[in-house]
Write a protein that binds this ligand. Structure first.
Ligand SMILES: Nc1nc2c(c(=O)[nH]1)N[C@H]1C(S)=C(S)[C@@H](COP(=O)(O)O)O[C@H]1N2
Ligand SMILES: [Mo]
Length: 324
């Protein structure tokens, strides 16, 4: 089979069209109206520390590093001022530069609902959850479908621990995970052509694996709002859009969830979305990625280099679109 691919080494990031480009021209113009101009990350640095000072979970960090998870060969940690100012969070706009707008999101009180096919529905207070959870630090690679990547020291706990706490029924096959809704501060949610709230999903088998991580902090501090505070996922073998931010609900279900991007454009963003350099996105190659910390273009690895941990989950799944 011959795949016609763009020559990605010639592409600038501005030519690699982001998720939003399915929109028609009128919608793009409307969306551009709420965008902010680009500001160098280093200029933002002095203000960055600030936003987290009032976070009641600040005393929990730093947490012990789990040495099983490293940046990987030839990779270096992405500087904090870059990974906290170059972010995707469509609730606050479609540019990468939304960190300032995200500061308006109230993250206390915050509750997480575990419902659906569970022994008993639970509503968990975030600080009670953080006090109980087995917090640790893991360094993970993060690979966006837009062909950029970073390496981040996340703090958090295994999703498997939370699944265990939820006590799902044996009939549950999937986790349907939902982001907050708050149109007043998350002005992107006023854009009615998006299917808010943001939704993602994984299978029970995926969630039971050790790799899926519920993220509550980064760089030894509470998670910044723009990176998904107070709760987000890190699914490092999948394209970044699966790593849902601002989580308020996890529903256990026997119905395969339809994710936000899948609902918008199922031909480009599917349920599995496992990283694979051999399978191009419809509109660009996935063979390489730009590391936003070093600004170097590097080869993309199958399962983003986590095949040893997760490849077995997919060996019996045939005829499905595992890679996009
Ligand atoms: N709720 C929500 N979660 C989200 C997104 C979003 O727009 N809304 N963007 C996703 C995408 S496309 C990526 S690449 C990662 C970006 O995470 P980061 O900004 O911390 O790097 O968040 C993912 N989670
Ligand atoms: Mo992404």
């Amino acid at each position: 089979m011959f795949f016609r691919r763009p020559r990605d080494w010639e592409l600038k990031e501005s030519q690699i069209t982001p998720e939003k480009t399915y929109l028609n021209r009128r919608q793009i113009l409307a969306a551009a109206g709420i965008g902010v101009g680009s500001i160098g990350a280093s200029q933002l640095l002095p203000k960055m520390g600030h936003a987290q000072e009032s976070d009641p979970s600040a005393t929990l960090y730093p947490v012990a590093n789990n040495p099983s998870f490293t940046a990987g060969e030839g990779r270096t940690m992405t500087p904090e001022d870059i990974s906290t100012t170059y972010t995707n969070y469509y609730e606050f706009g479609s540019s990468k530069n939304i960190w300032r707008k995200a500061q308006n999101l109230p993250i206390r009180p915050w509750t997480l609902v575990l419902d659906g096919m569970v022994e008993q529905e639970q509503t968990l207070d975030i600080d009670a959850l953080l006090a109980e959870a087995p917090l640790e630090e893991r360094i993970y690679r993060h690979r966006c479908v837009e062909a950029w990547s970073m390496v981040v020291p996340w703090s958090g706990f295994p999703l498997a621990w939370l699944v265990n706490k939820a006590r799902p029924l044996s009939s549950a096959k999937y986790l349907r995970i939902e982001t907050f809704e708050n149109k007043k501060v998350a002005t992107g949610q006023k854009q009615t052509w998006y299917p808010w709230p943001y939704v993602e999903g994984v299978t029970i088998e995926e969630a039971a694996n050790d790799l899926p991580f519920v993220v509550t902090g980064m760089y030894g501090k509470p998670l910044p709002k723009q990176n998904g505070a107070p709760l987000r996922l890190a699914l490092p073998w999948k394209y970044g859009f699966k790593s849902i931010k601002g989580i308020v609900r996890i529903s256990f279900t026997d119905q395969k969830p339809v994710s936000f991007w899948e609902e918008i454009n199922a031909s480009e963003y599917g349920f599995w979305a496992n990283v694979n350099p051999e399978i191009p996105h419809k509109r660009w190659s996935q063979a390489t990625e730009r590391d936003i910390g070093t600004d170097k273009r590097i080869p993309t690895q199958i399962f983003n280099g986590y095949g040893e941990q997760v490849a077995h989950l997919y060996k019996d799944i045939k005829g499905s679109r595992l890679w996009s």
